[in-house]
Write a protein that binds this ligand. Structure first.
Ligand code: PLP
Length: 393
């Protein structure tokens, strides 16, 4: 995707169309009452009515709508080139709302063979109990996806790049497969962020985010989002968001909005640093395999180059010596903090098999035991390389 296609929003309702400008201004005009240049935190649950039903500015009760959350939701819609954005208490709360809006007992969902362990758990341990069936497909292969579809399939769920194996799925090709079959294509865009990848422009029906990650960007908030270009579906999702109630609180919404303003500059640095890390690991004798879509030998490199502006800040690798060796690398790292999550300014390291993806053990989504995942932060690349070298021993 070239700079112009990616950077502008031809149908933007805003006077400005470039991502970096939208990130700072969309949904966030100066406060009408005070001129405050930053959207205030409306830490409030209810609103005075001028006579019964006389709402000022449409606000009635903060589960239904809150001005700080509304600002974030407008910003999210603009950043994903969608029409409706909705902000939730976590990424999984957003996913739950989406699934309970789109599915009913007897329906079937195709899920990827690599995905966040918590997403897998939601399908396998929660949604399944309500009579929704799922099966797994290699979403990097559109033919395999077509074969996995059933007459009762309603949703095709994709993560690209995927967590933790950095698999790449061709969004445009899968949108074609989904459209032919009358199935909704959902793309979890958490790893790429809307700065690097625009799934709705490539034909996806809904984008999912854990805003906890790159959108927030500072490891100080848990949040989630849904964005769609389908106005009718947007209404249905908003209805369920209110009916189910797992909304983002005003302070959390404000933190995500503040983080998103610097997404573009942070992401450029994440990508540069991750490329350095991936290249170093690829030449390291203790590493048997590196997963980073920016490497020419990655099987999804060409598709990633087509649909992403750059290749992201996440890198996974396998350590010679098996699980114990991989765990030891995590334990020895110093600058890379050992911890779950990703997408913050600080670098993190983890062992997916025992940490983020423990819930996928014994399933088709089980991850290799010798796998280490790093979220490459925006520190000086030389310091990051030195720490990984000493951790590898
Ligand atoms: N999607 C992906 C790709 C994730 O990595 C995560 C969390 O790690 C989620 C969704 C769930 O988000 P949250 O932890 O905000 O509920």
């Amino acid at each position: 995707m070239n700079e112009t296609e990616h950077g502008t929003r031809p149908d933007s309702p805003h006077a400005y169309r470039h991502f970096e400008t939208l990130a700072i201004h969309a949904g966030q005009p100066a406060d009408a009452q005070t001129g405050a240049v930053v959207t205030p935190i409306y830490q409030v649950s209810t609103y005075k009515q001028d006579g019964v039903g006389g709402l000022r500015g449409g606000y009635e009760y903060s589960r239904s709508a809150n001005p700080t959350r509304s600002a974030l939701e407008e910003s999210l819609a603009a950043l994903e080139s969608g029409r409706r954005g909705l902000a939730f208490a976590s990424g999984l709360a957003a996913e739950d709302c989406l699934l309970r809006t789109l599915l009913k007992p007897g329906d079937h969902v195709v899920i990827p063979n690599d995905a966040y362990g918590g997403t897998f758990r939601l399908f396998a341990k929660v949604v399944e109990r309500w009579g929704v069936r799922w099966s797994v497909a290699d979403t990097s292969d559109p033919r395999a996806v077509r074969e996995a579809l059933r007459p009762e399939t309603r949703v095709l769920w994709v993560e690209t790049p995927s967590n933790p194996l950095l698999g790449i799925s061709d969004i445009e090709a899968l949108a074609g497969v989904a459209r032919e079959a009358g199935v909704r294509l959902v793309v979890d865009n958490t790893f790429a962020s809307p700065y690097l990848q625009q799934p709705l422009q490539l034909g996806a029906d809904v984008v999912v985010h854990s805003t906890t990650k790159y959108m927030g960007g500072h490891s100080d908030v848990v949040g989630g989002a849904l964005v769609t270009s389908d106005a009718g579906l947007g209404e249905e999702l908003a209805y369920h968001q209110n009916a189910m109630g797992a909304v983002a609180g005003p302070f959390d919404a404000w933190l995500v909005m503040r983080g998103a303003k610097t997404l573009a500059v942070r992401m450029d640095r994440h990508c540069e640093n991750a490329t350095r890390v991936a290249e170093m690991l690829a030449g390291h004798p203790k590493v048997s395999q590196v997963y980073y879509p920016g490497l020419a030998e990655h099987p999804g490199h060409e598709v990633a180059a087509k649909q992403m502006k750059a290749f992201g800040g996440m890198v996974s690798f396998r350590v010679r010596g098996g699980e114990e060796a991989a765990v030891a690398v995590c334990d020895r790292a110093e600058l890379f903090t050992l911890g779950e999550s990703l997408g913050g300014v600080e670098s993190l390291i983890e062992h997916p098999g025992r940490m983020t993806h423990a819930s996928a053990a014994g399933s088709p989504l089980e991850v290799p035991a010798d796998l280490v995942r790093v979220s490459v932060g925006i520190e000086a690349a030389d310091d990051l390389l030195a720490d990984l070298r000493q951790a590898l021993g």
